[in-house]
Design a protein around this ligand. Structure first.
Ligand code: 4GS
Length: 230
């Protein structure tokens, strides 16, 4: 998959993208990331990317012109059509099912990271999709872009070692993940549940299903209402 990123802060990405599984995904060719600095599509001496909001109010608003020019230009850099995603708290909340679809989709994403108070509303005409990573306010769309890249990349073929690990965990079956343990079997009086030490695979599977269901009921009953469409 090719992922293009349009941002004012390209330096924010390498430390995350070059580490651990994302680093390996790039080394193997499963993931290709291209960073683009929005200031490269400005034309004035100060390389201006924002201005005061019409109607007044605090903060600055990103200009539509550099965003539109940059997106149109970046789209031509590869023959594959780019699916353009903007990050905003007013977007559709990101769920595992959407991450899965994007990992199986066209093979090319263009992630647009806003900064400052917001983006001129007219720029959203260049968005195919608007995504929120949660109901809180960040300083920019860079961290949301990294969250999306992480969630999508681990679902790409060959990225995770174990074929199983990508679909055994939380959300995939609409439930939270069951609790996990490793050595030692006792730590400061806290025991690992007996059934996990039993070697009885059917009992272990049943215990995990029950734990996943109980946890979901207690902590995220909203997921049970969603009918497993997460
Ligand atoms: C989010 C979010 C976000 C909103 C970007 C204020 C700078 C900021 N983007 N999910 N302007 N939550 N964006 O907080 O996607």
């Amino acid at each position: 998959m090719r992922i293009d990123i349009l941002t004012l802060f390209p330096d924010m990405f390498a430390p995350v993208l070059d580490t651990s599984i994302l680093g390996r995904a790039q080394a193997s060719g499963a993931l290709e990331v291209q960073l683009f600095d929005l200031r490269d599509w400005t034309h004035d001496f100060h390389r201006t990317v924002d201005d005061d909001p019409y109607g007044g109010g605090p903060g600055m608003v990103m200009l539509v012109e550099p965003l539109a020019s940059a997106i149109e230009d970046i789209k031509t850099r590869d023959p594959r059509p780019a699916h353009v995603i903007f990050f905003t708290p007013t977007g559709t909340p990101l769920k595992q099912a959407r991450a899965r679809e994007l990992s199986e989709g066209s093979g090319r994403l263009l992630l647009v990271c806003g900064h400052y108070e917001g983006i001129d509303e007219r720029a959203y005409a260049w968005a195919d999709e608007e995504i929120s990573i949660g109901d809180y306010v960040l300083t920019g769309g860079e961290l949301p872009a990294l969250v999306l890249i992480d969630a999508v990349t681990r679902l790409l073929p060959g990225v995770l070692g174990h074929a199983q690990s990508a679909d055994d965990e939380s959300f995939v079956e609409g439930l939270l993940e069951y609790p996990q343990y490793t050595r030692p079997s006792e730590f400061r009086g806290m025991m690992v549940p007996e059934v996990l030490l039993s070697g009885h695979h059917a009992n272990i599977a049943a215990w995990r299903r029950e734990q996943a269901f109980k946890r979901t009921f207690l902590r995220r009953p909203d997921l049970l209402d969603e009918g497993g469409q997460s």
